[in-house]
Design a protein around this ligand. Structure first.
Ligand code: AMP
Length: 123
């Protein structure tokens, strides 16, 4: 499957659409979700053009993969939600493909925190 250059996160990366950025590095950007589902809800995305985690884990280079993974703990500590930073912990979610209800076809990890998050899946 090809990457849709017109997706909203591609426009955020290019600067065409604004976002509430909380962290950025060479290969990764982290910003607030526009419709937060928890007291803390941020999106961690690679700058590179990857549709989902399947595409990323297959095709991204090691620097991109390392950078995105490192950004998770950096951001969780910075937000104060990790147990290392004295918070209550967090959940990381990524949707891939139609059964997952992925809306935006650019890889993103949802980092949600700030309250007890309940069971993993709602039937
Ligand atoms: P998903 O269903 O996993 O693809 O999630 C897409 C997420 O992107 C949703 O939580 C939306 O609220 C969020 N979102 C959509 N547009 C924007 C935007 N312009 N800025 C920040 N978050 C957005």
């Amino acid at each position: 499957m090809s990457y849709d250059d017109q997706n909203i996160f591609a426009k955020i990366i290019s600067g065409e659409i604004p976002c509430d950025k909380i962290y950025e590095s060479e290969f990764t950007i982290v910003f607030e979700d526009i419709r937060p589902q928890a007291p803390s809800h941020v999106l961690i995305i690679p700058r590179g053009k990857y549709r989902d985690i399947n595409d990323f884990s297959k095709n991204a280079n090691n620097d991109e993969i390392l950078d995105l993974n490192k950004s998770i703990s950096i951001v969780a500590d910075k937000l104060g939600v990790s147990e290392d930073a004295g918070g209550g912990g967090y959940r990381l979610i990524t949707n891939a493909g139609k059964d997952s209800h992925q809306e935006v076809p650019h890889l993103h990890f949802h980092l949600v925190a700030g309250k007890p998050l309940g069971p993993l899946l709602v039937e």
